[in-house]
Write a protein that binds this ligand. Structure first.
Ligand code: AMP
Ligand code: GLY
Length: 433
């Protein structure tokens, strides 16, 4: 089969890497891709949101399957347009991608179908939001409160606030200053939950659901979970805090009810459903849904998958997931992200990267590229998150040590990475997970 992968990050590199291992795949294109993806696929210079050009390219090159990486084209309706053009496409329709595209939609869905999540209110004008925050001021100052922009905000639309004043400022930035444009026309204000988080990805055909192994993402930029939120600075899988009994319970109380709720609403959800949960003292609750693979979750989950990902994707599209089972390697994976200095705020691009070959000189290491590009035969930085160094091992401690040995060999100006990825599971025996 000829495959087109849409996107250019570490997630898309991991998807390309995994699909390239399928003996049913003869050729992979990636639009627009990056310097790492270019070593296993033909990169095509078309933006992920330029749906018209992507369709023309797919027709000219007789693409058998398109796989959509990022949320923006999904929210724009790329799957509907590709499908209408006769191209098989993995991912949810525009209506179904609203589960990520609108937090108001997702919260109302959870409320209607009794799916556990933080208590919330939604507002479409700032004055009502201010009045509400003022009416629960003491509670905000004691327990904190969370303010979320309704629409897409490149992973920056969530403000976890410590006081009513901070929450008022968040409402102002989102609804008056419009820092996320129309995505801030509405806000969700919700109870602040506490507990460990986990990223649960599953593949669904709209009726049947296949869970992938859980991963845990490190969202904050600095060690010890300090500093602002990022797209994700590292990850490990599987997650001891989500033992299989708990995962089964989450499947029954959260993930399967979500897929059924979407069907009842008339939006059959096909593709990858990412459910971010927080394990609170009252049990697991949904923090967010995404309509696509996680990044960097994919960089730890896909290398642990023994089965052919292509079979899962095709069964998701055709509605045959009930006939499929997935096998996993009995190992763990740790991914440490190397980012540009300054990220998630402003950073410099165009810094030459060295040490990639020597870092990859270990069969347990896979280097996934994110913001990288070629310039005159050299690889240089071209984004905030630059590389994801994944190590696979039979113990968390070996995986952590291998990942850090490898990342220390990589050099570019102003490189930054967290030094505590996986620390909390370092001494846990994988066989007990
Ligand atoms: P999101 O952009 O939806 O992934 O949210 C970013 C991060 O904000 C999550 O990973 C959580 O750490 C945090 N967060 C979101 N909602 C809540 C909540 N209700 N309570 C506490 N933290 C939250
Ligand atoms: N790592 C979080 C996400 O993919 O949304």
């Amino acid at each position: 089969m000829k495959i087109l992968i849409v996107g250019s990050g570490g997630r898309e590199h991991a998807i390309t890497w995994k699909l390239s291992k399928s003996d049913k795949v003869s050729k992979i294109y990636c639009a627009p891709g990056n310097a790492g993806i270019a070593s296993i696929a033909d990169c095509v210079d078309i933006r992920a949101t330029d749906i018209k050009s992507l369709i023309s390219f797919s027709k000219e090159n007789e693409i058998d399957l398109a796989v959509i990486g990022p949320e923006s084209p999904l929210i724009l309706g790329i799957v509907d347009e590709f499908t209408a053009a006769g191209i098989k496409t993995f991912g949810p329709s525009k209506a179904a991608a609203a589960i990520e595209g609108s937090k108001v939609f997702a919260k109302k869905l959870m409320y209607k179908y009794g799916i556990p999540s933080a208590k919330f209110m939604t507002f479409s004008d700032p004055d009502s939001a201010y009045r509400w925050i003022d009416s629960i001021k003491d509670q905000c100052d004691t327990d904190g409160i969370v303010v979320k922009a309704d629409g897409e905000a490149v992973g920056k639309g969530v403000f976890v606030c410590n006081s009513a004043n901070e929450a008022m400022d968040a409402v102002k930035e989102i609804m008056i200053d419009k820092i996320f444009g129309n995505s801030g026309d509405r806000v969700v204000i919700e109870e602040r939950l506490t507990g460990q988080e986990a990223s649960l990805m599953s593949i669904t055909d709209g009726k049947n659901v296949i869970p992938l192994i859980p991963a845990q993402d490190y969202k904050r930029i600095f060690d010890g979970d300090k500093g602002p939120n990022t797209g994700g600075m590292g990850c490990y899988a599987p997650v001891p805090a989500v033992p299989s009994e708990m995962y089964n319970q989450v499947m029954d109380s959260i993930i399967i009810p979500t897929v059924k709720a979407m069907e009842s609403e008339g939006f059959l959800y096909k593709g990858l459903l990412y459910t971010g949960i927080m394990i609170t003292k009252d049990g697991p609750k949904v923090i967010e849904y995404n309509s696509r693979f996680g990044d960097p979750e994919s960089q730890v989950v896909l290398p642990l998958m023994e089965s052919d990902l292509l079979d899962l994707m095709l069964a998701s599209i055709s509605g045959n997931l009930d006939s499929i089972s997935v096998k996993w390697y009995n190992k763990c994976a740790v991914c440490v992200v190397a980012a540009s200095g300054g990220y998630p705020a402003d950073y410099t691009k165009g810094c030459q990267i060295s040490g990639l070959e020597s870092a990859a000189d270990d069969q347990n290491i896979i280097i996934f590229h994110a913001g990288t590009r070629y310039n005159n035969g050299y690889i240089e930085t071209s984004g905030g998150r630059v590389l994801g160094i994944t190590a696979i091992a039979s113990s968390y401690s070996n995986a952590i040590d291998s990942a850090y040995t490898a990342i220390k060999k990589i050099r570019f100006k102003h490189i930054q990475y967290r030094t505590d990825i996986g620390k909390r599971v370092r001494d846990i025996n994988l066989q007990s997970v």
